[in-house]
Design a protein around this ligand. Structure first.
Ligand code: SHN
Ligand code: NAI
Length: 212
C-alpha cells in the first residue's frame, strides 16, 4: 500500500458508528472536513468538531445518509458487519472513498486505511503496518512525536528561504544545496527553538559558509 495525502478542506466526511473508533476517526477528519457521525449511541469520548446525529440506520438506509451528505469519504466504524458492508457499498455507488475500520489486509482502489499520524505545523508523518499490527503504528507514532518536534517551524523557515532564493533567481542546484544545508544543521534546529528569527539568522550563516 502506498500512502497519499488528501486535502479534505471544503469536503464532507460521514462516520457511521459512534464508538471509540468512530470518535477517533471523527476527531481527526473534523480538523479539515465537515464531519457528521451517525450512531444510536455515542462513546464518552472527544469527537472534536464533528456533528453528532442520533440514528440507527438499517443496512438498507445507509445509502440515504450518504446521498444526503455527499461525502468525499465514508468511515464504516460500527460493530455491525452488515451496516459496515452497506456503508462500503453506498460509498462506492456515490463515488466516495471508504474506510472500513473493521477490516485489515489488502484493499480495492477507493478503499483506504487511516494511518497513525503525527503533526507539527504543516509537517505530517504517517505510520501503517498493512493492518498487521495497528498497536505498533500507535507505538511508533509516539516515538516519532518526539523526533519531529520543531519540524513545523523548520518547514516555515525553509518555505521563506526557498521563496527568497527563487525571487533572487538563484539557480535550482544552488537552492537545493542551500536548503539541504539548512535542514541538516543542528545549529539551525537549536536556534529555531528560541524563535523563528534566530533560526533565519543561523540559516543565513550556514548558507554563507557553503562556498567558503
Ligand atoms: C486496517 C486498519 C483500518 C483502519 O481503521 O483504517 C485497522 C484495523 C483494525 N484495527 C484493530 C485494532 C486496533 N487498532 C488500534 C489502533 C489504531 N488503528 C489504526 C488503524 C487501522 N486499524 C488500520 C491499519 C493501520 C496499520 O496498518 O497499522 C490507527 C493506526 C489509526 C486510527 O484508527 O486512527 C490507530 C492508532 C492511532 C494512534 O494512536 O495513533 C488498536 C490499538 C489501541 O486501541 O490502543 C487496536 C487494538 C489492538 C489490536 O487489535 O491490534 C482491529 C481489530 C478489531 C477487533 O479485534 O475487533 C482492526 C480490524 C482487523 O484487524 O481486522
Ligand atoms: N480500526 C481500528 O482502529 C479499530 C477497529 N475496530 C473495529 O471497529 C469496530 C468499532 O470499534 P469500537 O468503536 O471500539 O466499537 P463499539 O462497539 O464500541 O462501537 C460501535 C458503535 O457503532 C454504533 N452502531 C451500532 N449499530 C449502528 C448503526 N446501525 N448505525 C450507526 N451506528 C451504529 C454503536 O452504537 C456504537 O456506538 C469494531 O467492531 C472493530 O471491528 C476495533 C478497534 C480498533
Amino acid at each position: 500500500m502506498i500512502p497519499l495525502l488528501h486535502d479534505f478542506e471544503g469536503e464532507a466526511v460521514l462516520v457511521v458508528g459512534g464508538g471509540p473508533v468512530g470518535a477517533r476517526k471523527a476527531r481527526s477528519f473534523a480538523r479539515e472536513a465537515r464531519t457528521v457521525v451517525v450512531s444510536p449511541a455515542f462513546a464518552d469520548r472527544d469527537f472534536g468538531d464533528a456533528e453528532l446525529v442520533r440514528a440507527a440506520p438499517a443496512p438498507g438506509e445507509v445509502a440515504d445518509w450518504v446521498d444526503r451528505l455527499d461525502p468525499a469519504l465514508v468511515v464504516a466504524a460500527t460493530d455491525d458487519d452488515a451496516v459496515n458492508g452497506a456503508a462500503e457499498r453506498a460509498a462506492r455507488e456515490a463515488g466516495a472513498l471508504v474506510n472500513r475500520a473493521d477490516r485489515s489486509g489488502g484493499r480495492d482502489a477507493g478503499s483506504v486505511v487511516v494511518p497513525a499520524t503525527v503533526r507539527d505545523g504543516s509537517v505530517v508523518a504517517a505510520v501503517a503496518t498493512g493492518g498487521a499490527a495497528p498497536a505498533l503504528s500507535k507505538e511508533l507514532r509516539r516515538r516519532i512525536e518526539s523526533e519531529i518536534e520543531g519540524a513545523g517551524p523548520m518547514a516555515d523557515l525553509v518555505a521563506e528561504i526557498r521563496a527568497d532564493l527563487k525571487a533572487a533567481d538563484v539557480p535550482p542546484t544552488d537552492r537545493r544545496e542551500a536548503v539541504r544545508a539548512v535542514v541538516g544543521s543542528s545549529e539551525v534546529w537549536k536556534a529555531l527553538q528560541e524563535g523563528l528569527s534566530n533560526g533565519r539568522q543561523e540559516a543565513d550563516r550556514v548558507m554563507e559558509e557553503i562556498h567558503d
